[in-house]
Write a protein that binds this ligand. Structure first.
Ligand SMILES: [Zn+2]
Length: 314
């Protein structure tokens, strides 16, 4: 299981108890996992689609407990996801309106006007900021394996990127934004910021694991600088995917991937997040899936670019 998946598993075990925090979680989950289906005359339905069954259960329970809403739950097989099962939770029109008003996503006077706010407490209270970030990570978060670099990100819409940045800033965490296709990605790149974010979200087991890795890794870097032979041997044992991920992380820390052609950025980011994946699997994760040879071609271009950059640096 990837580090990212372990963090999510840990976060799913935290049950929000307070009314304010439940609303903050619902806000983040609605903004990351739901689409608003408009059907004229100001009518709207909120539809959540999630792959992770425990997350679907969490949304179901939050709606029920906090809003007294019982959504219709169905399971679909999704073509785009290679036939994987998708949980779909549909909220009725009347309940959707009530929910969106509570979440400050529409204005009461005009249901047709959608405005992307968040509940006030999500900004002002620490407990609610934690709940919002936790749910945003569950809905749209990912992080790299700490052995390979410190990177945690939330995929976001433009409006939400702003909210996320503010919530992070208020919590003393430095976030950055990069455009990826139509989405904005809010990411943390400093080890300290990633650790603070894990602490705030309540992922304490993941935090301890990451701190241990940091101690080892930083020690290893020193050894590396001293041209330690053990490090060289260790490197040889890394798989091709891990080597690529490591090189891409180092490159992105020095230059950011944003300046690269989009197709290289995409493949680079996927490789950072999935060092274990085969080229074929990476190809299937792209917004527009491509085959193995296409991925191979892009990866070669990217690695050639990174290697020429490394040579410049020497
Ligand atoms: Zn709260």
């Amino acid at each position: 299981m990837s580090f990212s998946a372990r963090v999510k598993e840990e976060l799913l075990r935290i049950r929000p108890e307070k009314h304010c925090c439940m609303l903050s979680e619902l806000s983040a989950l609605t903004q990351t996992c739901a689409s608003l289906r408009l059907s004229g005359g100001g009518r709207v339905r909120v539809v959540y689609e999630v792959e992770n069954a425990p997350l679907a259960k969490r949304i179901f329970l939050l709606l029920k407990k906090r809003m007294e809403i019982t959504p219709v739950l169905e399971f679909n097989r999704h073509k785009r996801l290679g036939g994987r099962r998708l949980a779909v939770l549909t909220v009725s029109e009347g309940d959707s309106r009530r929910l969106l008003i509570a979440l400050r996503m529409i204005q009461e006077s005009d249901a047709g006007m959608i405005y992307k706010g968040v509940p006030r407490a999500a900004m002002t209270r620490r407990c609610c900021r934690a709940a919002f970030l936790r749910a945003a990570f569950l809905g749209a978060g990912a992080m790299s394996e700490p052995e390979k670099g410190y990177h945690l990100e939330f995929t976001s819409s433009e409006a939400r990127a702003d909210t996320l940045l503010k919530i992070l800033e208020k919590s003393g965490i430095e976030g950055h934004v990069v455009k990826r296709r139509e989405a904005d990605v809010v990411y943390l790149k400093k080890g300290d910021d990633v650790v603070s974010c894990l602490a705030l979200m309540g992922a304490h087991a993941a935090l301890l694991e990451m701190e241990n890795i940091r101690i080892r890794r930083d020690g290893r870097n020193q050894a590396n600088r001293a041209r330690n032979c053990d490090e060289a041997n260790l490197k040889k044992q890394l798989s091709a995917g891990e080597k690529q991920a490591k090189a891409i992380v180092a490159y992105s820390l020095a230059h950011s991937l944003a300046a690269l052609p989009r197709e290289l950025q995409e493949i680079g980011r996927l490789r950072m997040l999935h060092p274990e994946a085969s080229l074929e699997e990476l190809g299937q994760m792209l917004p527009q899936p491509i085959g193995k040879s296409g991925v191979n071609h892009r990866m070669r271009r990217l690695m050639a670019l990174i290697e020429s950059d490394e040579r410049k640096g020497e």
